[in-house]
Design a protein around this ligand. Structure first.
Ligand code: ME8
Length: 518
């Protein structure tokens, strides 16, 4: 039986169209999920939308729609984005799904039974945009007379009855948990941030609202809906069958192996979420990984600045493989990064079109032209052939180590360093000269090049699924020989195989004005 691997993304607020930050996270999680599948894991990949809360209700009202209509409209856009970008999830959960209400009410009930939920009153400066209360000293009054929270969103003085979660009782348990599970929060910088926050002391958390009704009702008290984050976090267990903890899927997939989220929501995932789970008697997830933010030319994206990037536009302009490759290669996973037209064009043309695409095109065309499209048999290997093959054979271990540490950019760095070596090897061997002078050596160089491309293509599948599959098609690699266990010596290409006619795999990006001169 394959080992299980359960990976999730944050569930997005469908309060508008998806932006490039949403796309980035889903692409990264997809690449990790695809990699684990290729590595022999039984992967469950959950993503979805977070549809409750005051903000959703207010925007829906402005649009003249019910909150559910508004959420549905946008959830559809998020699903279309996933389909376009090749985000191959197993379930798209919406927090308005019927099983999710039952699951959220069940975890609430468990927390009540544990004695961790009590009714009290809450007052404070509430930000609708952040869905959060702030202490007075976290707010400032601007020159316009408007009081704002730490993120710049206006806050209003709000008083309401509220249920509270006894988070203060979890400080020591959380610290002990972090200590015993050094990989629970990654990368390390985030772990340190969370540790110092928790060491500073935890206050009980207001977890219900009475001022609006667009949420999951609190069991036994129809005046309250759950604070949106309680229901949002619970999606991760709903997705695998909670509250049926004896179900096959829950037993198989929980605890989750990896929650992929952005750095702005680490506190919810690394503090509140494990505390809720401990209270409800459910094991916390194994790893929460916080990625960085994508900025537009170094500037923070915001609707008011008008520099929000539409992932549909990007995919149309550059192609899906190029967009995925750029995002995962350019930005060290865990750090902030920037998007610009020049940067994506440079990566697309240098790495994909030139280094990998051209190498495949040149070597496969030689086979087509000179050897009637039949992959040659290698002769005796020269030291250069053996070296480049050894480099390719070593990739599996290096890429696996990088992926297991969520270092996607590093995995791509390893792959493209072998691609660069292969280009040097090919240029140095000069097969176009060997064709007449030394046909055996000619065949050996072409076979060796093809074999290196095979291994690179297998490992590139999680990142550039379309182009990698095309490369493997061009090498006539059967569907059953495209996973990691076909890497290395055991899976070598066999000379004598008939190859299909070569075709370009990674197109160069050409500026539209250059492509269509007026
Ligand atoms: O936070 N760059 O939803 P959300 C990279 N519903 N990532 C970004 C980004 C950017 N510019 N902007 C946002 C929520 N993100 C909650 C999550 S999970 C139980 C509930 C990331 O739509 C952000 O960090 O505001 C988060 O991981 C995800 O996109 C959804 O953000």
């Amino acid at each position: 039986m394959k080992p299980a691997f359960y990976i999730t993304t944050a569930i997005d607020y469908p309060n508008g169209a998806p932006h490039i930050g949403h796309a980035y996270e889903k692409i990264a999680a997809d690449a990790l999920a695809r990699f684990k599948k290729l590595d022999g894991f039984d992967v469950f990949f959950l993503t979805g939308t977070d549809e409750h809360g005051l903000k959703m209700a207010q925007t829906a009202e402005k649009q003249g729609l019910t909150p559910l209509e508004w959420a549905t409209k946008n959830a559809t856009r998020f699903q279309q984005m996933d389909a376009l970008l090749g985000v191959d999830y197993d379930r798209f959960i919406r927090t308005t799904d019927a099983d999710h209400a039952a699951s959220s009410q069940a975890i609430w009930q468990r927390m009540v039974e544990a004695g961790d939920i009590y009714l009290s009153a809450y007052s404070g400066w509430y930000s609708v945009r952040d869905e959060a209360y702030f202490a007075e000293d976290e707010t400032i009054v601007g020159e316009d007379g408007v009081r704002r929270g730490p993120q710049g969103a206006p806050v209003e003085w709000t008083e309401e009855k509220s249920y509270f979660f006894r988070l203060s009782a979890y400080q020591d348990k959380l610290l002990a948990y972090y200590e015993a599970h050094p990989d629970f929060i990654r990368p390390d910088s985030r772990r340190n941030e969370v540790l110092s926050f928790v060491k500073g002391g935890l206050q009980d958390l207001s977890i219900s609202r009475t001022t609006f009704s667009w949420g999951i009702p609190v069991p036994g008290d129809a005046d309250h809906v759950m604070y949106v984050w309680v229901d949002a976090l619970t999606n991760y267990i709903t997705g695998v069958g909670y509250p049926d903890t004896d179900s096959a899927s829950f037993r198989r997939y929980w605890p989750a192996d990896l929650h992929i989220i952005g750095k702005d929501i680490i506190r919810f995932h690394a503090v509140y979420w494990p505390a809720f789970l401990m209270s409800a008697g459910v094991e916390p997830p194994k790893t929460v990984f916080a990625h960085g933010f994508i900025h537009n030319r170094g500037e923070k994206m915001s609707k008011s600045v008008g520099n929000v990037i539409d992932p549909f536009d990007l995919a149309r302009a550059y192609g899906v493989d190029a967009l995925r490759y750029f995002l995962l290669r350019e930005i060290p996973f865990g750090q902030d990064g920037s998007y610009s037209h020049e940067a994506i064009v440079a990566r697309t043309n240098a790495d994909l079109a030139n280094d990998l695409g051209n190498l495949a095109q040149r070597s496969l065309s030689m086979i087509a032209k000179n050897l009637s499209g039949t992959l040659p048999e290698p002769g005796p290997l020269a030291p250069d052939d053996a070296d480049i093959l050894a480099g390719a054979d070593a990739l599996a271990g290096k890429v696996r180590a990088a992926m297991d540490g969520q270092q996607l950019h590093q995995a791509l760095g390893e792959l493209w360093s072998v691609v660069a070596d292969a280009n040097r090897y090919f240029a140095g061997a000069a097969p176009w000269e060997l064709r007449k002078t030394d046909p055996v050596r000619f065949g050996t160089v072409l076979w060796t090049t093809a074999e290196v491309i095979r291994q690179v293509a297998i490992l590139a599948q999680p990142f550039v699924p379309t182009g990698a599959a095309k490369l493997l098609d061009l090498l006539a690699v059967p569907a059953g020989a495209r996973s990691l266990d076909s890497l290395g010596e055991g899976g070598r290409l066999t000379g004598g195989t008939a190859l299909p006619p070569p075709a370009p795999v990674f197109p160069r990006y050409v500026e539209p004005e250059a492509a269509n001169p007026a």
